[in-house]
Design a protein around this ligand. Structure first.
Ligand SMILES: Nc1ncnc2c1ncn2[C@@H]1O[C@H](COP(=O)(O)OP(=O)(O)OP(=O)(O)O)[C@@H](O)[C@H]1O
Length: 300
């Protein structure tokens, strides 16, 4: 459905902001687009929607180069993109009016967008008086009016409470089931882990790491991760080949096959360790992300 072939873009000459980037996305797939501040995620979103034009390479949607106002692609931007002085419904009617549709179809789409985002009860309030969560939903509802085949969500859950976040993620999951392709940027890696099929990690405009989420998270059982309630003394670290990580997490290497997971746990318990959590066999996306960035910075 979407394919990017060696796409580059520079705001200023010589300084590539997106640098030779290739990726593809099929119907019903969700791509989690990750990267530190300034990595190029928003720029990439603007390229895919046709708001910016690549300096080289091409972006194809359904086999054709994307253009400004591309049909079938909708962006939910980071900023609130509606009129604060209009009500929720007035905003939706205004944006539906820009879609060049018969009046009854416009009304139908507004009602559908209000229903899918559960905004009907607030539809006649001024959008400027909405809570942060409702504003995010309105941003989302405006993009839904286009009934897109590809939806790009740029940090849609920023400043949103856990309930509204769960609601937005649930709505995205429904769209995915209906075959809508999603590009989802977020700094909340647990969210991306929950909804993405594929992940691309951007760093300085290049893809540092990309692939199926399940493959990126799969681990070869070389390490056991244990979180303790206390800080482990150096003697425990030496005895069990443990390395301290953040938040009292310890990484125990089993590479030398000196210890099995069971031995490590019982030895720690005998020493009086208060074990909070244990992980074995799967990385968290956050670890994959931080390690890839640390390796990239080290090799600069
Ligand atoms: N309009 C612009 N003119 C010039 N440079 C820009 C412009 N917009 C972004 N940039 C630069 O391009 C780079 C990528 O910015 P971009 O906003 O795409 O990153 P991002 O990954 O979305 O960051 P964040 O996570 O903070 O939203 C940054 O160095 C930024 O300063």
């Amino acid at each position: 459905m979407l394919s990017l072939e060696r796409v580059s873009f520079a705001y200023r000459k010589r300084q590539a902001c997106i640098d030779g980037l290739s990726l593809s996305l099929g119907a019903g797939q969700t791509l989690g687009l990750l990267g530190p501040n300034g990595a190029g995620k928003t720029t990439l979103a603007s390229l895919v929607t046709g708001q910016l034009t690549p300096t080289s390479g091409q972006i194809l949607f359904a086999g054709k180069p994307v253009c400004l106002g591309q049909q079938g692609i909708a962006l939910v931007p980071q900023e609130y993109a509606f009129y604060a002085r209009l009500s929720g419904r007035e905003n939706l009617m205004f944006f539906a009016g820009l879609l060049n549709l018969p009046k009854n179809e416009q009304q139908l789409r507004v009602n559908r967008a209000l229903a899918s985002t559960e905004l009907a009860a607030y539809a006649d309030q001024k959008a400027g008086t909405f809570s942060g969560g409702l504003k995010r939903r309105l941003n989302f509802a405006i993009a839904l009016l286009q009934q897109p085949q590809l939806m790009i969500l740029d940090e849609p859950t920023a400043n949103v409470d856990p309930q509204s976040r769960a609601f937005l993620l649930g709505t995205i999951a429904k769209l995915k089931q209906e075959g809508v392709a999603i590009i989802y940027t977020s700094h909340l890696l647990s969210e991306v882990e929950a909804i993405a099929d594929k992940v691309a990690l951007l760093h300085r405009g290049k893809i540092l790491l990309a692939g199926e989420l399940s493959e990126l998270l799969a681990e070869d059982h070389r390490y056991l991760y244990i979180q303790l309630a206390q800080t482990a003394p150096a003697t425990w670290l030496d005895a069990l080949s443990m390395q301290r990580e953040a938040d009292n997490w310890y990484r125990c290497s089993m590479q030398e096959r000196r210890h099995s997971p069971g031995e490590i746990i019982s030895t720690l318990e005998q020493k009086g360790a208060d074990i909070r959590q244990i992980r074995h066999g799967q990385h968290r996306l956050e670890e994959v992300y931080l390690r890839a960035l640390a390796d990239a910075e080290a090799s600069l």
